[in-house]
Structure formats: C-alpha cells, structure tokens
Design a protein around this ligand. Structure first.
Ligand SMILES: CCCCCCCCCCCCCCCC(=O)SCCNC(=O)CCNC(=O)[C@H](O)C(C)(C)COP(=O)(O)OP(=O)(O)OC[C@H]1O[C@@H](n2cnc3c(N)ncnc32)[C@H](O)[C@@H]1OP(=O)(O)O
Length: 142
C-alpha cells in the first residue's frame, strides 16, 4: 500500500493484492464511487493513478526501488465504477536503471482492454528521498 493509505489499512483507490509471476504481475481492482466522473464512469485520473500504483508496487514487490519517470495512458473505452476488473502488467524492457513497463485494464470476465499504460520507472539512487527533503528545506528557508 502506498504512503497515503498505509495507516488506514485500506487502499482508497480500490486496488487489491498484486500477484507476481516472473517479470509479469496482475491484480484485481475496482473503482470506488467517489472517483466517478461521467455517470458510472471512472475519472481518467483514477485510471492513471491506478496504473501508476499497481506498476510501481509490482516493481517494489520484485525488490526494485523505483519511481515513475513517465506514464502514458490510452483510454479505449469508458471504465465502469464499482465493477470487478483486472490489471495485467508486463515488463517490456530494461536498460540500466530504466524499466519500461506496460499494463492493461480489463473487466474481470472480458479480455478486451479498457485502457493501457506504458511508462518508464527509474531505479532510485541512494538518498533519493533525503535529497528531496533537503531541497525542500532549502526552498522553504528562502
Ligand atoms: C514512491 C516510492 C515509495 C517507496 C516506499 C514503499 C513503496 C510502496 C509502493 C508505492 C507505490 C507507489 C506507486 C507510485 C509511484 C510514484 O508515484 S513515484 C512519484 C512520481 N515520480 C517522481 O517523483 C520521480 C521524480 N523524478 C526524479 O526523482 C528523478 O528525475 C529520477 C526519475 C529519479 C531520475 O533522476 P536521477 O536518479 O538523477 O537519474 P538520472 O541520472 O537523471 O537518470 C537515470 C536514468 O533514468 C532516465 N530517466 C530519468 N528521468 C526519466 C524520465 N522522466 N523518463 C524516462 N527516463 C528517465 C535517464 O535517461 C537515465 O537513463 P540512462 O542514461 O541511465 O539510460
């Protein structure tokens, strides 16, 4: 679970446990009603955040310490609110610290993709968050 929900013990995005199979992964997801945009349709930001979290956590579960470098989402069809869906993640390639990842979102009982994400995750250098905190301290002291 990411830092925003860890203390609550519940993922507010509605994302389930990730299963890792080799360099691929899958997870059950369900868009909660508070992320509704159009009638019974998920906000596109939910879909992007869901992909970001599932792909990022799948890498964390594989023992990799990464952050999202970039993320592109293709929206093929409206994503329903409250419906059981599956996200499937694959590793496209790795070059040095860069991992190119792809993921698909689909309904639980239908193979047609609703949305696709492709992006690059970069392995963090030692002290990543400490450098960020120090930069913010400098900024606030200005
Ligand atoms: C968050 C973790 C919590 C952990 C605790 C528990 C975890 C529990 C699960 C949580 C799951 C959360 C899932 C959400 C994940 C986020 O939301 S992460 C937050 C959003 N992302 C960020 O904040 C990243 C901000 N960007 C940065 O900090 C820096 O630009 C980066 C990405 C670390 C790169 O900086 P750097 O380490 O100085 O690396 P640099 O030498 O410039 O580049 C290294 C390589 O990456 C490439 N690269 C750099 N930037 C990019 C880019 N934007 N696009 C493509 N390639 C790039 C470079 O070209 C270079 O390639 P090579 O030359 O080595 O082939």
């Amino acid at each position: 679970m990411c830092g925003g929900c860890r203390n609550r013990g519940r993922c507010r995005l509605g994302l389930g446990e990730i299963t890792i199979i080799g360099d691929a992964a899958h997870a059950p997801v369900r868009c909660a009603p508070h992320f509704q945009a159009g009638p019974n349709v998920a906000h596109g930001g939910w879909t992007a955040a869901m992909f970001d979290d599932i792909i990022g956590r799948s890498l964390t579960q594989r023992g990799l310490r990464t952050v999202t470098g970039n993320l592109t989402v293709d929206f093929f069809n409206p994503v329903p609110v409250g419906e059981a869906m599956i996200v499937e993640v694959v590793t496209e390639s790795r070059a040095g610290r860069r991992w190119t990842m792809q993921a698909m979102l689909r309904l639980e009982r239908d193979p047609s993709p609703l949305a696709r994400a492709i992006g690059v995750w970069v392995e963090r250098r030692e002290g990543h968050f400490e450098r960020h905190e120090a930069a913010m301290r400098d900024y606030r002291a200005r």
